[in-house]
Design a protein around this ligand. Structure first.
Ligand SMILES: NC(=O)c1ccc[n+]([C@@H]2O[C@H](COP(=O)([O-])OP(=O)(O)OC[C@H]3O[C@@H](n4cnc5c(N)ncnc54)[C@H](O)[C@@H]3O)[C@@H](O)[C@H]2O)c1
Length: 245
């Protein structure tokens, strides 16, 4: 498959890891649809990236909007063979006893159900074409746990499980599905980071620094490429040595 003919959808592409991944894919000559609920942000990111980037307003909690965006992306750019699910939120920080139930549902609906909705829109076309690469941005928190963000951790553990299930289900279809589990990266997801919070985030990271979005983007690019040919349903660590399994 020639890279110039490839089309990618990147969710959450207005900011942070998704934006860096969109940049990386476009640099390789892949046409990228930047899906985000923040249309102005997606437009700004697309303007930075240039001709290979097209912004779309998509709320991944809305099944009809996801389906419509998939069709609109196909019409505008051609059928996507790459889907990177990066849209996500952290949600509130609260102990389990006081964790607000509506926020629990919101975090799960974006991080887990949103990933499911985008995969469900993408898989039939990818399977019909006999080729696809799906990259789900999970988190090291989904393997290790983090205190006071139970919905986030549960959603990311579930994204890992979804990836494993889809990888096995689609293993002979040409569609490979893998997950990435980054440790902390200094993006908008944390809001303003105090020195104390930054120190807490780094306490478990042996390399003692945040992962740069560009480092995650390099790994995502490889997983989105034909060079990734014998890995599926797998979880790729990028946690500066934090992961123990
Ligand atoms: N930054 C980190 O430390 C870190 C670590 C591990 C995993 N992750 C994961 O990486 C992914 C990207 O996070 P980030 O750090 O780039 O955060 P970010 O806040 O910079 O970007 C997230 C993007 O998702 C978009 N988004 C949120 N809700 C949406 C919805 N309903 N529909 C469409 N778009 C929506 C936001 O508008 C934003 O542009 C998330 O899934 C996050 O859980 C981040």
């Amino acid at each position: 498959m020639s890279p110039v003919t490839q089309v990618a959808v990147v969710t959450g592409a207005a900011s942070g890891l998704g934006r860096a991944i969109a940049h990386r894919l476009a640099r390789e000559g892949i046409r990228v649809a930047l899906w985000d609920v923040d249309l102005a942000g997606a437009q700004r990111a697309a303007a930075e990236i240039g001709a290979f980037a097209t912004p779309f307003a998509v709320d991944i909690t809305d099944t009809a909007a996801v389906r419509t965006a998939w069709s609109a992306t196909k019409s505008a750019l051609g059928g996507p063979s790459i889907l990177v699910n990066s849209a996500g939120i952290l949600g509130p920080s609260a102990g389990i006893a006081s964790y607000p139930e509506d926020q629990w549902h919101r975090v799960i609906d974006i991080n887990l159900n949103g990933t499911f909705r985008c995969c469900q829109a993408a898989v039939p076309d990818m399977v019909a074409g006999g080729y696809g690469r799906i990259v789900n941005i999970a988190s090291i928190a989904g393997k290790d746990g983090n205190p006071n963000v139970a919905a986030y951790v549960a959603s990311k553990a579930a994204v890992i499980a979804l990836t494993k299930s889809m990888g096995k289900e689609l293993a002979t279809s040409g569609v490979l599905v893998n997950a990435i589990t980054p440790s902390a990266s200094e993006t908008a997801i944390f809001g303003e980071l105090t020195d104390e919070r930054r120190a807490k985030l780094l306490a478990n990271v042996p390399m003692a620094r945040m992962v740069r979005p560009e480092e995650v983007a390099d790994l995502a690019f490889w997983l989105a490429s034909p060079a990734c040919s014998f890995s599926t349903g797998a979880v790729f660590d990028i946690s500066g040595g934090r992961a123990t399994y």
